[in-house]
Design a protein around this ligand. Structure first.
Ligand code: SAM
Length: 265
């Protein structure tokens, strides 16, 4: 049988479709999520319902966001799911999670085996809604989980690490081999839990400035920050924060990025 066909569906590469078919991994993910009856669970990319089905057993209602029209129709017609499920046939990247949280009257618990081609922009999109999200559980490329939790002074530490660690407490949960999916992806995967801070460890006056500082620094990560951040700060301003201007982007802590963002005028 064609390796791209699973349960009669031809996996679409452009939607990053790699379907989970490993019961042990699925059980583990659901046990980590610990869905509770009255919570507002939201799944991104339910696909053929590998996670949707077991999660739905614990809750009264579940919202799913699926871009693929064929998969959305299958979910709507699924007799075991249709009385519990709200299927939103939309692009999660453009979805307003605030509106959904308002409608449900609760903070959201977001989860999904994310399409790898859009996982990083999707995570950044979700950070914009961090204040109405209780937690997130995602299957990602292992390399992305490594970057999410990376500490300064490592090659994996980048803009994603700084922004993710500013918003969330991050816990790697489980590593998953390619054989757990159909079709098997070329890379290893991992499950991660992200819990947005209620009280953030570091104060930032304007998140757009933190976003700009990290973009400028890491876009030229091999340069010293006196050069890469030269458009935003003088050497004197950097030194006054007790930050060495000869450091490179990967040497600065999350706290130091927050200090720089607050010092920008
Ligand atoms: N949850 C299923 C599983 O674990 O087997 C499918 C996971 S598959 C890696 C990713 C899913 O996300 C697919 O169902 C795909 O159609 C959907 N998807 C891709 N891009 C999307 C987007 N921008 N918005 C919503 N869903 C998307």
């Amino acid at each position: 049988m064609n390796s791209r066909v699973h349960q009669g569906h031809f996996a679409r590469k452009r939607f990053g479709q790699n379907f989970l078919h490993d019961d042990y991994i699925i059980k583990n993910i659901v046990a980590t999520i610990q869905p509770k009856a009255d919570q507002a669970l939201v799944e991104i990319g339910p696909g053929l319902a590998a996670l949707t089905m077991p999660v739905s057993e614990y809750v009264d209602h579940l919202t799913v966001i699926e871009i693929d029209r064929d998969l959305a129709s299958r979910l709507i017609e699924n007799p075991y799911l249709n009385n519990k499920l709200t299927v939103i046939e939309k692009d999660a990247l453009a979805f307003d999670f605030n509106e959904l949280s308002k409608q449900l009257g609760k903070p959201l618990r977001v989860f999904g085996n994310l399409p790898y081609n859009i996982s990083t922009p999707l995570i950044f999109h979700l950070f914009e809604y961090a204040n109405i999200i209780m937690d997130m559980h995602f299957m990602l490329q292992k390399e992305v989980v490594t970057r999410l939790v990376a500490a300064p002074n490592s090659k994996d530490y980048g803009r994603l690490s700084v922004m993710a660690q500013y918003y969330c407490h991050i816990i790697p949960v489980l590593e998953v081999p390619p054989t757990s999916f159909k079709p098997a992806p070329k890379v290893d995967s991992a499950v991660v839990k992200l819990i947005p801070y209620k009280e953030k460890p570091y104060f930032v006056k304007d998140i757009k400035i933190l976003s700009r500082v990290t973009t400028e620094a890491f876009n030229q990560r091999r340069k010293t920050i006196r050069n890469s951040l030269g458009n935003m700060f003088t050497v004197k301003q950097i030194t006054e924060l007790n930050i060495d201007p000869t450091l490179r982007a990967e040497n600065l802590t999350v706290e130091q990025y927050c200090q720089l963002a607050n010092a920008w005028i």
